[in-house]
Each structure stands twice: as C-alpha cells, then as structure tokens.
Design a protein around this ligand. Structure first.
Ligand code: NAP
Length: 260
C-alpha cells in the first residue's frame, strides 16, 4: 500500500487545530503516523489531537506561533522528544483577512506576510536539523490557487504570500536536496472549513457552481495530496505543486461552465 511508509513516522502539522491543517493531521494519523498538532491555542490543538487518539491514532497538541522562531525551535524539539525525530513537516498555518488594497493598513500586509510566508520559512528552518537526520525528510507546504494561479479582490497580501511560498520552495528544495529532503506544495481551491460553513448554504452552493466537479473540496482532499507527497514513493518529486481544486481554475469563461 502506497502510504505504508508513513507508519510510525513523526509528522508536524502547523495550523492543525482546525480547517485544512486538521484534515491533513487526521489523514496522517489514520495512516499510522505520530502527529504533532500545532496551533497557537493549546486547548484547540489538544482537542483536535484527542479526536485522532480516540479514533485509534497517535497525536498530541502543541502551542506555537509560526511567526516566532523560538516557538518553531521548541515545536521541532517537542516532536523529536515525543516521537523520536521529525520525518515530515506540513507547513500549513495561514491567515486570510479579506481587505482591498485601498483599505489595507501596512500592518495588515506585514501580519499576513509574517504568518503565511515568513512562518513557512521559520517552520522549515527549525525542522531542518531533524529532517536531515532521516535521509528522506519531507516538507509539504499549503499554498493556494489564489496568488500562484488566480486572483481575488481583497487578497493582494494573501496572494503575494501564497505565490511567495512557491518561490521559497523552488530554492529550498535545491538547498535541501543533498540531505534527501523533498519540498513540495499543495494548492487548494475552495475547501469546506468551519469558517466557510459559517457563510451559509446559499453562499456555499454559489461557490460550488463555479467548480467543474460541482462541489467544494473537503479538508481530507488536501490531506490525501499532502500524504502522497510525504510517502517514500514520492521521493523523486521535489519543488512541485499539486492543485487540488475540482478543476476550478480551468473554465476560461462562465460560458465554458454553462456548456458542461
Ligand atoms: P483556518 O480554518 O483559519 O485554520 C487556521 C489554522 O492555523 C488554525 O489551526 C490556527 O490555530 C492556525 N494558525 C493561524 N495563525 C497561526 C500562527 N501564527 N501560528 C500557528 N498557528 C496558526 O484556515 P484554513 O482555511 O484551514 O487554511 C489553512 C491553510 O490553507 C492556509 O495556509 C490557507 O492559506 C490555505 N488555504 C485555505 C483554503 C480554504 O479554502 N480554506 C484555500 C486555499 C488555501 P490558532 O488560531 O489557534 O493559532
């Protein structure tokens, strides 16, 4: 079985207390990995970990802020202490306050960059000493279609941070290749998270209508793509992206969708 190689592996998922990160963490736990569930709020992170433990997995919560390097170092050490090393880092934590450029404060721009882009760098940097030791470390970054492929009003800062993650990845994968570490990214489309559900059924229906597969993605859809990139069998793939969006970026006009 493809994901056999994840059994017993030590996996860190940042931003795993809810949303996509929780879905990624759940999929890894279901495949026998030992998962450090990271978020700033310890209670929520521990509650998520407890769900995975109740389902037969191995997981525990950890409080850390991806914008703080000292936190990232403590996070990597905690995974090593609890689970014997760090085999996989899923750099997933992110924020996306929607605000147009005209309304955006310079501080909001900095906050989004600090979490999404610098946070990716800091989490990766802190894990390198441990990933190196495995000889086959894996880094999976959660980027987005927004920025690398598409645009959306209110998300100049977010789009720049998500495209920036891919620029980071393309050099990071070269620097880390000598250690057998691969660095890849998953680009989600519109995924159903707790936050999105709050926008109501009509809103969700409208969004699903823009997707050729006719539905929004589940958090586990991102988890399965991340899991594949973390397998031993994916070891010859590095610096690449997988778009997981139900075909959302493909229709060249609303008419293309209407004619399906
Ligand atoms: P979410 O539901 O808001 O969850 C965000 C998670 O990140 C939470 O666990 C949160 O926990 C944690 N977090 C936020 N800031 C953090 C920080 N500074 N340090 C550590 N943890 C932090 O978000 P999501 O929708 O699942 O998005 C997750 C990732 O997927 C992001 O990178 C986002 O850009 C990407 N993405 C999402 C979608 C989508 O449709 N949802 C689409 C494309 C890409 P705490 O608040 O406790 O820290």
């Amino acid at each position: 079985m493809l994901a056999e190689s994840l059994k017993g592996k030590s996996v860190i998922v940042t931003g795993a207390s809810k949303g996509i990160g929780k879905g990624i963490a759940r999929v890894f736990a279901q495949h026998g990995a030992k998962v450090l569930v990271v978020g700033r709020d310890l209670k929520t992170a521990e509650a998520a970990a407890q769900e995975f433990v109740a389902a037969g997995g191995t997981a525990s919560g950890f409080s850390a802020d991806v914008t703080k390097f000292a936190d990232m170092e403590k996070m990597a050490k905690a995974a090593a202490d609890r689970y014997g090393g760090v085999d996989v880092l899923c750099a997933n934590a992110g924020m996306f306050p929607q605000v147009t450029m005209e309304e955006m404060s310079p501080e909001t721009w900095d906050d989004v960059m600090a979490t999404n882009l610098k946070g990716t760098f800091l989490s990766v940097k802190a894990c390198i000493p441990y990933l190196k030791k495995t000889g086959e470390g894996r880094i999976v970054i959660t980027s987005s279609i927004t920025g690398p492929v598409t645009g959306f009003p209110g998300w100049t800062h977010y789009g720049a941070s998500k495209a920036g993650q891919l620029g980071f990845m393309r050099t990071a994968c070269m620097e880390l290749a000598k250690y057998g570490i691969t660095v890849n990214a998953v680009l989600p489309g519109n995924i159903v998270t707790e936050g999105l559900q709050g926008l109501g059924a009509d809103y969700m229906k409208g969004m699903a209508a823009a997707v050729p597969l006719g539905k929004l993605g589940a958090v586990e859809d991102i988890g399965h793509a991340a899991l594949f990139l973390a397998t031993r069998e994916a070891g010859y793939i590095t610096g690449q992206t997988i778009i997981v969006d139900g075909g959302q970026i493909l229709p060249e006009s609303p008419d293309a969708l209407a004619q399906m």
